[in-house]
Design a protein around this ligand. Structure first.
Ligand SMILES: Cc1ncc(C[n+]2csc(CCOP(=O)(O)OP(=O)(O)O)c2C)c(N)n1
Ligand code: SF4
Length: 285
């Protein structure tokens, strides 16, 4: 356990009052503290958006990249230094639209990182356009007649790509969120948590109340190792929305699959001498 105050940053937070992002941020810091992480051994990487402001609001190493590009930046971090505890935070647009292909291929790669999607089912930062998880027919600031495309299901998508850790959280249940973040951290591989996050300014449909009437926690009898059951559970949406670990399977993470990228050979641990570089340059003379 480390002091949670270590992760505080004295900076003005520009999220709207009541935004679900505050609860996720608090849960993230609480999980860091309970896991005994420190600011220097932890890195929070993001893309662009409201969710992606998180690295500015938590006292760890941080990287705020381009929209949809949080995951590739995180890959670079991990390949250079696998000793850092790696957390990637993205919005739903960031993760599934602009960053959709990175989501797919990072699941396939299975780097050891935690990916939190603050899923408010809307583009928050740019003032309320429909995102890939906005329900079909929902009216938004730009789709005034309703969204024409069908919403994608992030849980089913992750399952279909053989993601080994798939969970759903809710910003209205911070205790569960802390537990999920800790479980995700302890998982060796790509751990995905889709977090239902009310956007109080631009999503007037999926409000705290809307979620509270539907969200339920999977009980202890739920078998998260059963893929068929996970698919069925992951498709459940509407009247009832399950939260918790939906699927978990142990599998080899990226570094375990590539033995020559062991802890000795990662960039930060390599002994580097100018002479070595000079020899290389001389070869091309
Ligand atoms: C490639 C690219 N496309 C679009 C944008 C404009 N843009 C910035 S943030 C954003 C929406 C963010 O929504 P989301 O990722 O869902 O995160 P939220 O703000 O809701 O947390 C968009 C469209 C951009 N910066 N870069
Ligand atoms: S616009 Fe929505 S997501 Fe962005 S800070 Fe405000 S409430 Fe949160």
């Amino acid at each position: 356990m480390t002091d949670v105050k270590l992760f505080n940053v004295a900076k003005e937070i520009t999220w709207c009052p009541g935004c679900g992002d505050y609860i996720i941020l608090k849960a993230l810091k609480q999980a860091f503290s309970e896991l005994g992480l420190t600011p220097t051994d932890t890195v929070v990487v993001s893309g662009i958006g409201q969710a992606a402001k998180t690295p500015h609001y938590v006292n760890t190493n941080g990287f705020n990249g381009l929209h949809g590009r949080g995951l590739p930046a995180a890959c670079g971090v991990h390949v250079a230094n696998q000793d850092l505890n790696l957390f990637v935070v993205t919005g739903d647009g960031d993760a599934f639209s602009e960053g959709g292909n990175h989501f797919i291929h990072n699941i396939r790669r299975n780097l050891n990182l935690v990916h939190l999607v603050y899923d408010n089912q809307i583009y928050g930062l740019t003032k309320g356009q429909g995102s890939p998880t906005t329900a079909m027919g929902q009216k938004t600031t730009s789709q005034t007649q309703g969204v024409y495309s069908e919403a994608l299901n992030p849980i089913a998508m992750a399952l279909s790509l053989n993601c080994g850790f798939v969970a759903r959280g809710f910003a209205g249940d911070s205790d569960q969120l802390v537990k999920l973040i800790k479980e995700a951290y302890l998982y060796d591989g790509y751990a995905f948590i889709d977090i239902l996050q009310p956007c109080v300014s631009f999503n007037k449909v999926n409000t705290y109340q809307w979620y509270k009437e539907r969200v339920y926690t999977l009980d202890e009898k739920y078998d998260f190792t059963n893929k068929d059951l996970a698919f069925k559970t992951g498709q459940e949406w509407g009247e009832k929305i399950p939260t918790g670990i939906i699927y978990k399977e142990e599998k080899a993470s990226y570094f375990k699959k590539i033995p020559h990228l062991d802890n000795e050979t990662v960039l930060t641990n390599r002994s580097w001498k100018v002479k070595n570089t000079q020899n290389l340059i001389d070869e091309f003379k």
